[in-house]
Ligand binder design. Structure first.
Ligand code: MG
Length: 452
């Protein structure tokens, strides 16, 4: 975590940490970092997006960069546009799945990949330095381009099967920009689309923008009531997708990701897929069966993207529904993933619940232990030492992950709260519970020992 950038760009409640002044400074720093060039700027539906967009654009042009304002778009629309049009960078004004009072600024590279933590550190240094203004005739220009959504829609349609005749699909757009992409794509694919929360509104009157089961009751009900074949939901900026089966049941995050991995390996042959350390062991099982290999990354889509690039993976994702299809672009793309899933149903001619029934599902236990922020580094070092004494298969990509014969345990400090988080997955509920208790105890003892 840096001074301004957190786990996903600059983000806070509007007016608290993220202000128009900070947005101006961030825009100027990106302009200085790039030297010159052309930058696309997009925004989601939040009511303060226009203010922040104006500030970022002002900062960029004040350092001599030209700007293409692509308006109200999904984050993957921005990523796709920057990559397709060969621009130098992108800026997205969004707070993703956070409540309406939040907003954020995230930077993107020319290939549609988010700025790495190293790049963000460089931007922070520039933000804290003195910047000079250019000559009067060296300020940048701003042009509007309303075609970005079309570019995205076309790019998705190039990738999927277009014969969804007879499929009825309910799409919950979260009052976000996905309303301009996912329903359009699915109709072009030949599906009948029923859309929910498809009017853009930054107050999010339909539901909270995080696509978790408790926020998707309307979607589940509508799938059942309309006898639909599938339900789809996005978060506020549509880099995420989740699914509801034709029975109106929320499709498990890990099981759907495992299904996607299996299909990609079927299509493209054995290869590597990247998932974060928190993803289920069902992914390992499915990928191994298909002759593929799993690369584990830190939690966060930027880390998954980096691993895809470094390891040459053919697919990557996180259980929360951010999936990256590197053959298209490097930004997690909810509408593309949604169309891809519909394409799978079209080709298989079987409902999602049936496909998911072939994927095993394992019980997960999540626990927390209180730990003051300042003790976290010492506690984590001690936890690692204790675990290395007791176990052979330890991974420290993000926190400490212990691989067991019948499951795994992940211990990570929380990035936002004074807690250490413990995730356990095992083959049976009893075993998961037992491991949960055992590791909570171990972490508690480490916290006490460090305190003394
Ligand atoms: Mg998002």
């Amino acid at each position: 975590m840096g001074k301004y950038f957190g786990t996903s760009g600059i983000r806070s409640r509007i007016g608290e940490f993220l202000t128009p002044e900070l947005a101006l400074r961030a825009g100027r720093a990106l302009g200085e970092y790039l030297g010159d060039g052309t930058v696309a700027v997009g925004r989601d539906t939040r009511v303060h997006c226009d203010t922040l967009r104006a500030a970022v654009i002002s900062g960029l042009t004040a350092q001599g960069c030209n700007v293409v304002d692509i308006g109200l778009v999904c984050t993957p629309t921005l990523g796709c546009y920057v990559a397709t049009e060969g621009l130098d960078a992108g800026v997205m004004i969004t707070a993703s799945h956070n409540p309406p009072e939040y907003n954020g600024i995230k930077f993107w590279n020319s290939d549609g990949m988010a700025f790495s933590p190293e790049q963000e550190r460089e931007i922070e240094q520039i933000m804290d330095g003195d910047l000079e203004y250019p000559n009067w005739d060296e300020y940048g220009e701003v042009v509007d381009d309303e075609t970005a959504l079309n570019v995205h829609v076309e790019r998705i349609l190039d990738e999927v099967s277009v014969d969804g005749d007879g499929l009825r699909i309910v799409v919950d757009c979260a009052n976000g920009p996905s309303a301009f992409v996912t329903p359009v794509v699915l109709r072009e694919m030949g599906c009948e689309v029923i859309s929910l929360n498809a009017h853009p509104d930054g107050h999010f009157p339909g539901r909270e923008p995080e696509p978790k089961p408790e926020n998707l009751k309307d979607l589940m009900r509508t799938v059942r009531a309309t006898d639909a074949d599938l339900g789809i939901a996005h978060d506020g900026d549509a880099d995420r997708v989740v699914f509801v089966t034709e029975k109106g049941k929320f499709a498990g995050y890990d099981e759907v990701l495992a299904l996607a991995c299996r299909r990609i390996l079927e299509e493209k042959g054995p290869g590597k897929v990247a998932v974060n350390v928190d993803a289920s062991m069902v992914i390992d099982e499915v990928v191994r069966e298909m002759g593929g290999e799993v690369v584990r990354t830190k939690v966060g889509d930027v880390h998954v993207a980096a691993a895809i690039r470094e390891e040459g993976c053919i697919f990557g994702g996180e259980p929360n529904g951010t999936w990256i299809h590197p053959n298209v672009h490097m930004c997690p793309d909810g509408p593309l993933s949604a169309a891809w899933m519909v394409s799978l149903l079209i080709e298989e001619e079987r409902p999602l619940s049936e496909l998911l029934a072939e994927i095993p599902s394992y019980p997960v236990v999540r626990e927390t232990v209180e730990c003051p922020d300042e003790l976290k580094p010492k506690v984590m070092r001690l936890v690692e030492t204790r675990l290395r004494e007791a176990y052979d298969d330890i991974d420290t990509v993000d926190g400490v992950r212990v691989e067991l014969d019948d499951g795994w345990v992940l211990i990570r400090p929380s990035g936002t709260e004074p807690l250490v988080r413990i995730t356990v997955e095992a083959e049976s509920k009893e075993r998961a519970r037992e491991l949960g208790d055992e590791f909570v105890d171990l972490v508690r003892r480490c916290v006490e020992e460090v305190r003394e």
